[in-house]
Write a protein that binds this ligand. Structure first.
Ligand SMILES: NC(=O)c1ccc[n+]([C@@H]2O[C@H](COP(=O)([O-])OP(=O)(O)OC[C@H]3O[C@@H](n4cnc5c(N)ncnc54)[C@H](O)[C@@H]3O)[C@@H](O)[C@H]2O)c1
Length: 379
């Protein structure tokens, strides 16, 4: 039996909590011949590290990620710090021979992402990025219906990722507020999830045409002009973009934190030649499905409730409810399996770098008011 000893870097924050739950469940559900130990929690200072480690049930704590990465008895480095610090920690961990799990977005810049991808390609370790939503059982069901031909060829994808934290005047943590503090903006922060889902389900995005809005701090009614946004230390608080996919499908995306009443609503509809499918993270346990092959007098949407017949559904009985902790754990379960079986993690650093390239294309298009080809974006 393999023992996998994990060090989590930045474990005292939001994702530290989610991943601590995830790691607690992953060994139970991984069924992969591995015992996972929550070995060390690292935080920016000793007191925060100690209290988080005790609260979240980690064996040890530290305020020095470099010293922890240098230890021979650590196998996995799980990076849940703000995105601006991902590259430095991930590259050091890969060079030290550790398996690396890093939260999304892979970084805040394409340049950092490419450095991380190159380090992963040089290493024989497993690396994976925390695009957790693609692992949900409902998404696996949709992916399977695309792969087995039930849905046919994708035609149009429309996704919204909407939250109300901006509308309520609160940000989850200081670094998210400004570009200079390491924030990703909504396109990189929540938009990256719907780009990842689109790439996973529909295919690679070829080009984008975008507009973004940054909230005017002096007015409760307006977005800044593009010139004001670009000149200051502002991030995109709302973004809309159209896409063409390489396989001919088309898409539209919306992300905002100024959506009063929307509590982490990740929603999409995907129309294909064989039918349409709809998913809403606020109803994680179901999808809506309409098939062109349905009898004419029965056309319309049916609701499929996830159950024991579905891949990635953990319970022996349908409708038990799955949520954020299940999802955090599902992605870590798959990461553990990849380590034990010597396979690449998914999504790996190359796929997440492609997502970063799309994010950069969205921002360039918003700045230049033109279609931007994703492959032509340079770091
Ligand atoms: N997949 C998801 O659903 C999801 C949700 C939220 C956040 N995230 C991602 O997770 C990452 C962290 O976000 P968060 O919301 O947990 O942020 P957070 O601010 O709540 O937590 C980050 C933690 O990192 C610590 N930290 C910063 N620098 C450090 C260093 N050098 N050494 C040790 N600790 C350090 C901070 O003290 C803080 O506790 C980001 O990349 C974010 O985009 C993913």
């Amino acid at each position: 039996m393999n023992e996998i000893r994990v060090a989590i870097i930045g474990g005292g924050g939001f994702m530290g909590y989610a991943h601590s739950l995830g790691w607690a469940l992953a060994p139970i559900t991984a069924d992969a011949g591995a015992v996972v130990r929550k070995a060390v929690l690292v935080e920016a200072d000793e007191e925060r590290a100690k209290s988080a480690a005790q609260r979240l049930n980690w064996e040890e704590w530290s305020d020095d990620w470099r010293a922890v990465i240098a230890r021979d008895d650590i196998d996995v480095v799980d990076i849940v710090t703000p995105p601006g610090s991902h590259a430095e920690i991930a590259v050091a961990a890969l060079q030290a021979g550790k398996h690396v799990f890093v939260e999304k977005p892979i970084s805040n810049t394409l340049q950092d992402a490419e450095i991380m991808q190159a380090a992963a390609e040089k290493s024989s370790s497993v690396s994976q990025v925390g695009f957790n939503y693609r692992h949900a059982a409902a998404i696996t069901l949709i992916k399977n219906m695309l792969d087995d031909g039930t849905l046919g060829h994708p035609l149009q994808f429309r996704a919204h990722y909407t939250q109300d934290v901006g509308a309520l005047g609160r940000v989850l943590s200081g670094w998210r507020a400004k570009k200079s503090a390491g924030g990703s903006g909504v396109t990189g922060d929540i938009g990256s999830h719907i780009i990842d889902l689109a790439s996973y389900l529909v295919g690679d995005i070829e080009s984008v045409n975008a507009i973004v809005g940054a909230k005017n701090p002096k007015s409760n009614t307006a977005w800044l002009s593009d010139e004001e946004r670009k000149a200051g230390d502002h991030l995109d608080d709302a973004a809309l973009w159209m896409t063409k996919f390489e396989n001919g499908a088309i898409g539209s995306f919306a992300a905002t934190v100024y959506a009063s009443g929307r509590k982490n609503r990740l929603f999409f509809e995907l129309e294909c030649t064989g039918g349409t499918v709809e998913f809403d993270w606020n109803h994680t346990d179901e999808i809506k499905l309409s098939l062109v092959s349905d009898d004419p007098d029965k056309q319309g949407f049916r609701t499929i409730t996830l159950n024991e017949n579905h891949q990635d559904y953990w319970y022996p009985l349908g409708g038990m409810g799955t949520g954020y902790a299940d999802d955090a754990s599902l992605q870590l379960q798959k990461f553990v399996r990849a380590i034990v079986e010597g396979r690449p993690g998914t999504p790996g650093f190359a796929e997440a770098t492609r997502t970063q390239r799309v994010i950069e294309a969205v921002m360039q298009s918003a700045d230049n008011h033109q279609w931007v080809a994703v492959d032509e974006v340079t770091a």
